[in-house]
Write a protein that binds this ligand. Structure first.
Ligand code: UD1
Ligand code: CA
Length: 478
C-alpha cells in the first residue's frame, strides 16, 4: 500500500557550500564551475526552490565574495550564513542555527555541489520524512561511492548510524548503502542536537552525520529514503566528476525534449542548457550546442554544427553550421553553411544568409538575401534586397563605427565596398566592384570604379613567342 504523503513546504532548505573544492585544481571556486548553463551552486539552488521552502539558507565560506555574488544573482531571497573556517558539515549547520535560531518544521540539508540532484527527490525526502514524523530522515544510495559515509544497520536492518569511510572498520567499509549527505530534519530537534556534536573523529571535524546518531540515542524515530537514481547522489569533487555530472544532466534534459516532441539526431554530441526552450517538431542535428536564453521555434532545423547562445530562432528556420550570439532569426529564414551572427543582429522572416557571411549589429529585412562571402556591420538592409557576393560593409574608420542603409529591393553588385556612413536608396543598384562612398538615390545605378581600357595588341608586342601570344595570334588571324 502506498502511503499518502503530506506535501507541505519545509521550514527551510539549507545548502552547504563553504568548502573549497581543492580537487578541482582551479582558480574558480568549485561552486561556481558551470554545466548546462548554470553554476553547480545554481543547480542546487534551483532544486531547493522547487520545495518552496519558507526559508532558503546558503552556508558559504571559501571565496565568499564570489560565491555570495552568485547567490545574490540567482536566489536573491536566500539568507547567507558565513562559515569562516570549514570545520565540518556539523559545524556548518551549527553556524546556521546560531545565526537564525531553531527553525520549527522540516529543515532539509543539501550540498552546493550536487548538480544532478532533482528537486523532486528532495521533495520526496521531505514529504516522507513528514509523513513518518521522523526526527531525521537520511537520503541514501546504493552503488559504488568511494569516500562516502556508510549506513550502519543492526541485525534486523534498523538504522543505527552513519560512519565516515576513514573512521570505518573493514566490515563497515563493505557496506553498500551510502550517505548522500542530504537529510530532512525536525528543525527544533536539529538545533538542540547540533550543539552536542563533538570533534572526536579522525578529521577532528564536527560531523553532521553524528546528529543522526544523537537523535536516535535520544529515542527519536530516524529513517532513511533510498534514492531511486544513484546518479543524482554523485556530487562533484573534481573535473572528471564535473564531466560525468554534465553528461548525466544533459542526457536528462535531452530526454525531456525528445518526449516533448523535439527530434535530436545525436544526443551524444548535442548540448542544451537548462534555460533553452524548443518548439515542437524542431530537429536538432549533431554537434550542436544551445546556450543561455536561446529559443528555437517549432519545426526549425538546427545543425549539424551550430552554436547558438541567447539567440531566438523562428519557426521552420534552417541553420547549418551557424554560430550566433544574441541574434534574432525570423520564421523560415535559411542560414549557412558557415555563418557568424554577432550580437544585436536581426534577420527577418524569409531572408537568406549564405556561406561565409558575418553579420554584426544589423537588421536584414524580410526576404532579403546575403548569399555569399560578405561582411555586414552596423547596417539596415531593406526587404527583398540582394547583396552580391563578396560585398563588404566598411563600417569602421579606425575611430568610429558608422551606419549603412540599403533600401528595399536594392541590388548590390558583387565585390562592392559600401563605405559608411552611406545610403543606397530603394530599388537602387551598385555596379560590381564599386567602392561606394556617396548616396545612391532610389532607382539609380551607382558605379564607382576605374573605367576599362584595352591596349590594342599589347601581348603580341610585349610577350612575343609566349603561349599567350601564340593563342592570341591564332585567334586574331582567323
Ligand atoms: C559528507 C558526509 C558523508 C557523505 C558525503 C556525501 C559528513 C561528516 N560526511 O562527506 O557521510 O557520504 O558528504 O558527499 O557530513 N561543507 C561546508 N563546510 C564544511 C565542510 C563541508 O560547507 O566545514 C560543504 C562542502 O562545501 C560540500 C559539503 O559540505 O558542499 C560536503 O562536504 P565534503 O567535505 O565534500 O563532505 P565529506 O565530509 O567528505
Ligand atoms: Ca564531497
Amino acid at each position: 500500500m502506498r502511503l499518502l504523503v503530506s506535501e507541505t513546504s519545509p521550514a527551510a532548505v539549507v545548502i552547504l557550500a563553504a568548502g573549497e573544492g581543492k580537487r578541482m585544481k582551479s582558480r574558480t571556486p568549485k561552486m561556481l564551475h558551470t554545466m548546462c548553463g548554470r553554476s553547480l551552486l545554481g543547480h542546487s539552488l534551483a532544486a531547493a526552490a522547487e520545495l518552496e521552502p519558507k526559508r532558503l539558507v546558503v552556508v558559504i565560506g571559501h571565496a565568499k565574495e564570489q560565491v555570495s555574488a552568485e547567490v545574490a544573482a540567482v536566489a536573491p531571497e536566500a539568507t547567507i550564513v558565513v562559515q569562516e573556517q570549514q570545520l565540518g558539515t556539523g559545524h556548518a549547520v551549527r553556524m546556521v542555527t546560531e545565526a537564525i535560531g531553531a527553525m520549527p518544521g522540516t529543515v532539509v540539508v543539501s550540498y552546493g555541489d550536487m548538480p544532478v540532484l532533482r528537486g523532486a527527490t528532495l521533495r520526496e525526502l521531505a514529504s516522507r520524512h513528514a509523513a513518518a514524523a521522523n526526527a531525521v530522515t537520511v537520503l541514501t544510495a546504493r552503488g559504488d561511492f568511494p569516500g562516502f559515509g556508510r549506513i550502519v544497520r543492526d541485525a534486523d536492518g534498523a538504522f543505527l548510524r552513519i560512519v565516515e569511510e576513514r573512521d570505518a572498520t573493514v566490515a563497515e567499509r563493505a557496506i553498500d548503502e551510502f550517505n548522500s549527505g542530504c537529510y530532512a530534519f525536525d528543525g527544533a530537534l536539529l538545533a538542540d542536537a547540533i550543539k552536542r556534536v563533538t570533534t572526536d573523529n579522525s578529521q577532528q571535524e564536527e560531523y553532521l552525520t553524528d546528529v543522526v546518531e544523537i537523535l536516535r540515542r535520544d529515542g527519536h524515530p530516524v529513517g532513511t529514503v533510498l534514492a531511486a537514481d544513484a546518479a543524482e547522489i554523485r556530487g562533484v569533487n573534481d573535473r572528471a566528476d564535473l564531466a560525468r555530472a554534465r553528461r548525466a544532466l544533459n542526457d536528462r534534459l535531452l530526454e525531456d525534449w525528445m518526449r516533448a516532441g523535439v527530434t535530436i539526431i545525436d544526443p551524444a554530441s548535442t548540448w542544451i542548457d537548462v534555460s533553452v526552450t524548443i518548439g515542437q517538431d524542431a530537429e536538432i542535428g549533431p554537434q550542436t550546442q544551445l546556450e543561455g536564453a536561446t529559443v528555437i521555434g517549432a519545426g526549425a532545423k538546427i545543425g549539424p554544427g551550430c552554436l547558438l547562445a541567447d539567440t531566438v530562432v523562428g519557426e521552420d528556420a534552417v541553420l547549418l553550421h551557424v554560430v550566433a550570439r544574441q541574434a534574432e532569426i525570423g520564421d523560415r529564414v535559411t542560414i549557412g553553411p558557415v555563418a557568424y551572427l554577432r550580437p544585436e543582429t536581426r534577420i527577418e522572416a524569409d531572408a537568406h544568409i549564405g556561406a561565409h557571411v558575418e553579420i554584426k549589429k544589423s537588421v536584414v529585412g524580410p526576404g532579403a538575401k546575403v548569399p555569399h562571402l560578405t561582411y555586414v556591420g552596423d547596417a539596415t538592409i531593406g526587404a527583398g534586397a540582394n547583396i552580391g557576393a563578396g560585398t563588404i560593409f566598411a563600417n569602421y574608420d579606425g575611430v568610429h563605427k558608422h551606419h549603412t542603409t540599403v533600401g528595399e529591393h536594392a541590388f548590390i553588385g558583387s565585390n562592392t565596398v559600401l563605405v559608411a556612413p552611406v545610403t543606397i536608396g530603394d530599388g537602387a543598384y551598385t555596379a560590381a566592384g564599386s567602392a561606394i562612398t556617396d548616396e545612391v538615390p532610389p532607382g539609380d545605378l551607382g558605379i564607382a570604379r576605374g573605367r576599362q581600357h584595352n591596349s590594342d595588341g599589347w601581348v603580341l608586342a610585349n610577350r612575343e613567342q609566349t603561349r599567350s601570344a601564340d593563342a592570341a595570334q591564332r585567334r586574331r588571324s582567323e
